[in-house]
Design a protein around this ligand. Sequence first.
Ligand code: B12
Length: 222
Amino acid sequence: MNNNLYQQLQNCIERGKVDKNSPYPPDMKGQDGAVELTNQALAAGLSPHDILLKSLMVGMKNVGERFGCGQAFIPDLMIAAKAMNAATAILRPFFESGVGVQKGTLIIGTVAGDLHDIGKNIVKMIMEGAGWKVIDLGTNVPTEKFMSSLQQNPQASVGLSALLTTTMVNMEKTVKEIKTKSPTTIVVIGGAPVTDNFRQRIGADAYFPSPHLLPDYLSQRS
Ligand code: B12
């Protein structure tokens, strides 16, 4: 039963079925979409973390793989992103912290030239859920914007996201600038093309393929 719900929700993300009323894709007209299935999964007692990891993210990964081998196209990615955003909006309150004490501040953004923000938004959701204040600079963020935010929040750590091999190189410039002007600032990086080798090469402090261990890491380091 649970596996079936995960599977159906994953399929809605992959196919870009946002909700019951959405006319796209035509062969799923009138069927429940990502919105209804996310609510059903929560009502069935599935954990928001599991829904995110076992369903939503698998669906995004699959559509990305289909795009990579020419079986899906930009509109498919866009509609999948729309379904993903609709589902994560429902999960967001479950990640919000009830704890009043702030553990620290994280400045986060997707680097210059890069418009992907789903992963960054998940990192933000998890950090806020763990009691961190997150300053979200958005997408396509130039080094100067990271620097001016850091100037205003000198105790903050910085998180950089990149999804394109062509934009991950922009992380290097930002990391170098931060480490030159503020050597004690912790800089963490992530995004599908990023690796720990790359992290070592550009001098960032840590790379996380998934943000779940990030709150503990930053709490220990700061
Ligand atoms: C959705 C999507 C889009 C959407 C983005 C919508 C949005 N609002 O984000 C749209 C349609 C706009 C898009 C556009 C493009 N895309 Co695109 N896209 C994707 C896709 C399918 C999914 C990305 C995603 O959201 N994944 C789900 C999230 C949850 O995963 P994630 O981002 O990796 O984040 C997780 C971790 O990496 C980590 N993480 C991420 N950031 C950070 C930061 C920190 C600090 C930490 C600790 C952790 C962390 O935590 C997250 C949660 O676990 C990927 C395929 C893929 N497999 O990645 C292609 C993909 C990234 N896109 C690709 C391409 C080529 C493009 C375009 C260039 C296409 C084009 N020809 O125009 C444009 C570029 C636009 C631009 N300038 O940015 C390629 C990149 C190839 C490459 N090697 O560079 C991919 C890999 C598809 C492919 N297989 O070819 N895309």
